[in-house]
Structures are given as structure tokens and as C-alpha cells.
Design a protein around this ligand. Structure first.
Ligand SMILES: [Zn+2]
Length: 416
């Protein structure tokens, strides 16, 4: 008994100086922790700009992602192969997906070989970090990109895609989305159809991570029950902190964690902050007409100035979320799911508002500092920034190797 007490006393005595040391961490120590952590962002939409000709090595004035701000602290980027719902109608979803894959391979990696290295495995990411390069990976956003064919899913894997978000804001032919869950005009499936479950199984067989961001809650539960490997939410948040249905309930976060998965925290202001979420919609409605008028201005400089003015007007009415909101989201997710099941999925260049004090990768030391002050250790931060995602990638790769002898699935519903 006495022995136990004295060891507790000893532990306390040992840990107290360590914590106070963290409080006083120098900028150099904070930078080192951030750099050593292998920061992995599982969702960045700058590809929607590069596919239109934007060079990532030039400043991205209105966005968050450019080479100058990625260099230094970002270890790996999952570039979004984002396929908008509008491509379904013209039957151009696969065409768009292939163009988005090409912009990552050609306009980002091949055009900047000294800075980026194409990566498809967890080991590739670690190797790139050692070589001081940014690992470039791809995740498809919107399951409609496979045009209801597992053959296309396999093609995307062969081209290097390592996760797929089962839906975007639109329900597809095999999975319900959160985005139109209340729309009576949409044919819903009550989660995943039998083919949708085969999509998940084929992703397991290939070694592609199953992503449940954007899906309806029932689709999440079906995907979790069907997958034989851990799954991810590539850019989501905690609904208990901001009651946006794109975020996940505590029950979902816990179940995802219990199965070894990871939820990656979205930096969009409405995902982060209830205050912002409540205030943004009415304020948007107020300036909508002015915005539509600004969008019609033909002179590019005048148009851009008008939009900037409206942005300032909007921000004055609805102050953006802050770094403190990111910390609150991370902290809640850790409390519910555990330190091994939380990560980073910024949604940079994909959302209209991000915290000004955490609006690109060069500002991550500020997040590191805030997490240290909150009592997180350097090891905890390492897990959140990338360690957890690396573990899930390894598990997904391991599961695929176990399923290697299984034949490819052929249950396509595509009839073209
Ligand atoms: Zn998204």
C-alpha cells in the first residue's frame, strides 16, 4: 500500500515538471514536434483549381493550399478527386474522375518533382517524409465516379486512388447521402444497397480505404458493419460540438473507433463552430442577391473586388471559427473515440470559411502549441497529425493482403 502511494507520488513528481516544460516549449521545440509528426491531411480540394490550370507553386491568393505554405510542416496530402453530382447527368462522372486523377499526377507531382512524390502506401508516406518531400495521394470524393461498375473501382485503384468517399452531397444508385436525405424526389436505399455492400467488400479486397464523410447516417452504419477493415471519415467533425449533420454523432465516433478507424477533423467554420453554423445561414440569405449580382460582373478585377467586399461584409456579420474551435473539436473527438482515432482532414480549398489563425499548413505550429497547452503530449500530437491515419492505412493494406486469394467481385449494376 505504502509502496503504491509512493510510486504515485513519484509519478506525479516526475510528470509535473514535464507538463510545465510543455507549457514553456520554445518555438523551436514546437516547430520540431510539428515537423516530426508527419502531418497528413486526408482532404484538400486544390485539385479543383489545378484542373483549371492553377499552378500550385504560385500563391493561392483566396485559397489555403499552395506549395510555399505546404512546405515545412505538411508530410502528406490526400488530394481530392472530387466529382460533382452534376457530372452524373451527362454521364461524365468517370471522365471527370480521370481528369482529376490526371491533374494530381501531371500538374502537381510530375510538374514539381523536387517537392512532391507520388505515394500509394503508408510506407511511401514515411519514406517521403525522410526525403523531405510531400507525399501526394488521392481520394475519390463521390461514389458515383465508379458509374456503378466495380471494374472502374479497380481501374481507379490501379491509378493510385487509396480512398473513396462513398457519396458526395448526392445519393447515388447504391448509397444514401446525408446531403439529400430529406429530399422526397430522391430514391433512397435505406443506407447501402447489396451492390453498395459489394463496393465496400471490393475496396477491402483491393486495399482502398472506405470513407464515410458525406454519407447518410444509415450508410455509415452499413459501411461499418460490411467492411472487414477499419474505415475513415476523411473530413468530418463532432455533431455534439457543431450540430451540422455532416458531422458525426458521439455514437458514430465511438463505433468508428471501436473498429479501429479514424475521424479526420474538418476545418470548415460550420463544421467547427455551432455559433458560426447558426449565424451563417441567415447572413448568407441576406447577401445572396448582392452576391449573384457580383458574379455577373464581366471585368475579372472588378468581379473579384466586389466578391472580396461582400466577403468582408459577411465576415463582419459572422466572425469565422478559430483555432480554439479546432482544438475543441479535437478534444471532444478524443474524449469520445480515444487518442488513437482522431486526425486531420482540413477540406482546404473546398469550404468557404476556415479559421484565419489556422488557414494553411504553415500555421500548424500554432495548433501544436495550443494542444501542448491543453495537456496533449508530443506523442499524442504525432498520433493526431498522422500516426493514426498511417495505422489505418497499414491495417487496410494488411487486410487486402489477407484477401489476395479472393477473386474479384463482378456484381456490377451498370447497364450501358
Ligand atoms: Zn466534402
Amino acid at each position: 500500500m505504502i509502496r503504491t502511494m509512493s510510486s504515485i507520488a513519484m509519478l506525479t513528481a516526475l510528470s509535473l515538471p514535464a507538463i510545465s516544460q510543455q507549457h514553456q516549449a520554445t518555438q523551436e521545440q514546437i516547430d520540431r514536434i510539428t515537423r516530426d509528426a508527419i502531418l497528413i491531411d486526408t482532404h484538400d480540394d486544390v485539385t479543383s483549381l489545378t484542373v483549371e490550370g492553377y499552378d500550385i507553386a504560385t500563391p493561392n491568393a483566396h485559397g489555403q493550399t499552395d506549395l510555399a505554405r505546404m512546405k515545412g510542416f505538411l508530410g502528406a496530402e490526400f488530394f481530392a478527386v472530387y466529382v460533382g453530382a452534376e457530372y452524373v447527368n451527362g454521364n461524365h462522372a468517370a471522365n471527370r474522375a480521370l481528369q482529376m486523377i490526371d491533374t494530381v499526377r501531371t500538374d502537381v507531382v510530375a510538374a514539381h518533382p523536387n517537392d512532391f512524390v507520388f505515394a500509394t502506401t503508408a510506407d511511401d508516406i514515411v519514406r517521403a517524409h525522410k526525403e523531405h518531400k510531400i507525399a501526394a495521394l488521392m481520394g475519390i470524393e463521390g461514389g458515383h465516379a465508379i458509374e456503378d461498375s466495380l471494374r472502374l473501382l479497380r481501374d481507379y485503384y490501379a491509378l493510385g486512388v487509396r480512398y473513396m468517399t462513398l457519396t458526395h452531397f448526392n445519393t447515388n444508385n447504391w448509397a444514401d447521402s446525408q446531403g439529400d436525405v430529406d429530399d422526397p424526389k430522391v430514391t433512397h436505399h435505406n443506407g447501402l444497397t447489396p451492390f453498395g455492400k459489394d463496393v465496400v467488400r471490393e475496396m477491402n479486397r483491393l486495399g482502398m480505404m472506405v470513407d464515410v464523410s458525406h454519407t447518410a447516417d444509415k450508410t455509415f452504419w452499413d459501411a461499418l458493419a460490411t467492411s472487414s477493415a477499419p474505415i475513415i471519415a476523411s473530413h468530418s467533425g463532432c455533431r455534439a460540438v457543431s450540430n451540422y449533420t455532416r458531422n458525426m454523432t458521439d455514437e458514430m465516433i465511438k463505433a468508428l473507433a471501436d473498429k479501429g478507424g479514424v475521424m479526420q477533423i474538418n476545418f470548415g467554420c460550420d463544421f467547427l463552430s455551432q455559433r458560426y453554423y447558426d449565424a451563417a445561414k441567415p447572413a448568407e440569405a441576406e447577401i445572396r442577391e448582392k452576391y449573384m449580382a457580383a458574379m455577373k460582373i464581366e471585368d475579372p478585377a472588378a468581379k473579384s473586388a466586389a466578391i472580396e467586399k461582400l466577403r468582408a461584409e459577411f465576415n463582419a456579420k459572422v466572425p469565422p471559427a478559430t483555432l480554439a474551435d479546432v482544438v475543441a473539436q479535437i478534444d471532444h473527438a478524443v474524449k469520445i473515440g480515444g487518442i488513437d482515432h482522431v486526425g486531420i482532414g482540413t477540406d482546404f480549398d473546398g469550404v468557404g470559411c476556415v479559421p484565419p489563425d489556422l488557414d494553411s499548413y504553415n500555421k500548424f505550429p500554432a495548433l501544436t502549441k495550443a494542444l501542448l497547452e491543453k495537456g496533449y503530449s508530443a506523442d499524442d500530437i504525432k498520433k493526431i497529425y498522422g500516426g493514426n491515419l498511417l495505422r489505418v492505412m497499414h491495417a487496410v493494406e494488411q487486410r487486402a493482403s489477407e484477401l489476395k486469394s479472393m477473386p474479384a467481385l463482378h456484381s456490377d449494376i451498370a447497364k450501358k
